[in-house]
Design a protein around this ligand. Sequence first.
Ligand code: NAD
Length: 354
Amino acid sequence: MKRIRLATIGYGFRGAGLLAMARSIPAFEPVAVCDDNTDIRAKAEKDFPGIAFFDDPDAMLASGDVDAVLIETPPMTHARLAIAALEKNIHVLSDVPAIHAIEEARPLWEAAAASKAVYMFGATGNYFGFVQTCADLKAKGLLGEPFYLEADYVHDVREFAKTTPWRIGYEPIRYCTHSLGPLLGWLGKELSFVACFGTGSHVARDNPAGHDAMAAIFHAATGEVVKLLVSFTNSRAFGQHRYVCHGTQGVFECVWPLTGEKPKVTFSTREVYGFEKTIEIAVASDRPEFPTLENVAGHGSLDYAMLRDFAAAIEGEPCRLGLKEGLRMTLPGLFALQSAQHDGQLTEIRYPWS
Ligand SMILES: NC(=O)c1ccc[n+]([C@@H]2O[C@H](COP(=O)([O-])OP(=O)(O)OC[C@H]3O[C@@H](n4cnc5c(N)ncnc54)[C@H](O)[C@@H]3O)[C@@H](O)[C@H]2O)c1
């Protein structure tokens, strides 16, 4: 079997973790690391002796020695690097979000359409075990049709930002794919309009132009409503994800403190017992089919499952998270930011295919 020569652009928290994880997938052969930080490259050389090292992504992509690339640099660079790889027919697994600015959507869409290579969107959040649980409840007819969904991602990242400076001043609503990925999967529809507000800076007061939290309300063309709260500066002791899906026949809720505990999932329906009853459902936060890989690379078996799907897509399987899914999860946050910059003006979300 010819192995896929895999490289990463960016060897920080995510790039290092994912390339290490790729070692456990026989289809991949890690061959190169690109990072423009000398100290980070020195660390990579210790971790992967004998592979190639670059400080310039374009030089690595032009080397002819790479079949597939992980894009693990700050969000501001994702679109440019993905386009550069796709133009050379190099397969891309891009970390979240897919793009940083609305104007990047069309050129990336066109580059992916013109390329022979696979673009996969690295939406780790879509691999959480509970995401499938809610999808299964819907498929079995217990949830009914979703009509109102919400997600909170509240995580004080100020300490983390000291080592990942791109997070300083980063408007939180841009980082909406961990929240929208699961919700859009359950909803099965695209979001059309948004109104969004930011709180301004209250907690640290060190960035008067920034927002501690941003809240957006989205509308789908068929009437469903989605509400998001994203906060990266707050006084919570630990981060938390929360997801709610109101269906016509049941309500699914997942509360996940980012403390290493399992998510707490409840499902409430009249369908099972004929009256209002909340049923506690226990589900694994990781993928139960890969239990031995728990906590490898920070996201454990979620990352394993994602890399395995990337290899399968390169080998010809349908790609379950392509660019369309990536832009459906990313663009609503960027149009939400535009709305917030115009005092919460109702703003149409436009996609390159619409
Ligand atoms: N999927 C998830 O759960 C998840 C979690 C955290 C971060 N992320 C995403 O992963 C990406 C990386 O995040 P991180 O926490 O690893 O950040 P990081 O700052 O630790 O790593 C980024 C690395 O990219 C390098 N870099 C920056 N610009 C470069 C360039 N032009 N060429 C080469 N190298 C360059 C930096 O030197 C750094 O080593 C971000 O886009 C973030 O949004 C995703």
